[in-house]
Write a new protein. Structure first.
Length: 308
């Protein structure tokens, strides 16, 4: 049975879901823009082997919303305290996308991680000038930046849907017509169901998974990836070389757009650097997009359940 809790102590405020049992603890850290419930489709199966903890990062879900703490170290250190004081033993630690960056920071700075599972995190591609050629930068980060620098629109979910980069994938001749109709449907749904995750007829279910929890996402979190402050100036090389636990890196498809934009979390060159820097790193590839646990849940669960 899934239960909800708040860990609140000395300025730390983390909301989490738990499937309690006497098994090895597994901590799940979600991607940017969604929340801890993005792992709902794999919770039950994972709980057959693990005591599952699924945490909302700061700026997401029901955890602390304080823009000054939307960074790698504050979130990472809060989860470290959570593991030390709530779980009280070494954990299997899984992070998706930006959650993978946080998980790697924890594994790099503590002995609390027995096994690290990195689900397609954007190492190197999300840091420095290189970030400007990544999909996250031209999509979510830029939309967040533009949203917080305007005052007319108040609904971020609808604003993101209306301004997402995905519209560029539609045929140019019919793009504006399709876009207008889809935005109108999204706006109608938002007016009728403002507290629900967005649903739009004909929009791919996989794409809609990125709206899981977006109602409670603070765009100021996305701004930290736009201005490169999320990493607190810590080079990714420094984080990766200090990881000493066994590590599995789940790599999704690598695609480069015609305009040179990296349409993936990281490039093959970035992945090679990761594997060279982590002492004990196994690469597992998945033929799908960035949300591996959403698009390939069976293969994802087999990978995580097979670790020992």
């Amino acid at each position: 049975m899934v239960s909800e809790h708040i860990y609140k102590k000395q300025g730390i405020e983390l909301h989490y879901y738990e499937i309690k049992n006497d098994l090895q603890p597994l901590v799940l850290i979600h991607a940017q823009g969604v929340d801890a419930a993005s792992f709902t489709n794999v919770w039950t199966r994972l709980s057959k082997k693990y005591h599952v903890y699924s945490i909302d990062c700061y700026g997401h879900g029901k955890s602390l919303h304080d823009a000054e703490q939307y960074n790698l170290t504050d979130i990472g250190n809060a989860i470290i305290r959570f593991i030390e004081e709530v779980i009280k033993e070494k954990v299997f630690l899984l992070g998706h996308s930006s959650g993978g960056l946080i998980a790697a920071y924890i594994a790099s700075n503590t002995e609390l991680c027995k096994y690290l599972i990195l689900e397609d995190p954007p190492f190197f591609s999300s840091q420095g000038e290189k970030r400007k050629s990544s999909f996250n930068y031209i999509d979510l980060s830029t939309v967040c930046h533009n949203f917080i620098n305007q005052s007319e629109k108040k609904d971020f979910v609808l604003y993101y849907f209306s301004n997402q980069y995905a519209w560029n994938f539609f045929p140019e001749k019919s793009r504006e017509k399709i876009k207008g109709k889809m935005i109108a449907m999204a706006a109608k749904y938002r007016r009728k169901h403002p507290e629900r995750n967005l649903k739009v007829m004909f929009w791919p279910k996989v794409a809609l998974s990125s709206y899981q929890g977006m109602n409670h996402y603070d765009p100021l979190f996305g701004e930290t990836f736009f201005n490169d402050s999320f990493h607190c100036g810590i080079p990714h090389e420094e984080i990766l070389k200090n990881i000493r636990c066994k590590t599995v890196f789940m790599k999704a498809q690598t695609k480069i757009g015609e305009d040179g934009i990296l349409m993936a979390a990281l490039s093959e060159e970035d992945l090679e650097k990761v594997s060279e820097l982590i002492a004990d790193c196994q690469i597992v590839r998945f033929d799908c997009g960035h949300g591996i646990h959403i698009e390939k849940p069976k293969e994802f669960k087999e990978c995580v359940m097979g670790l020992s």
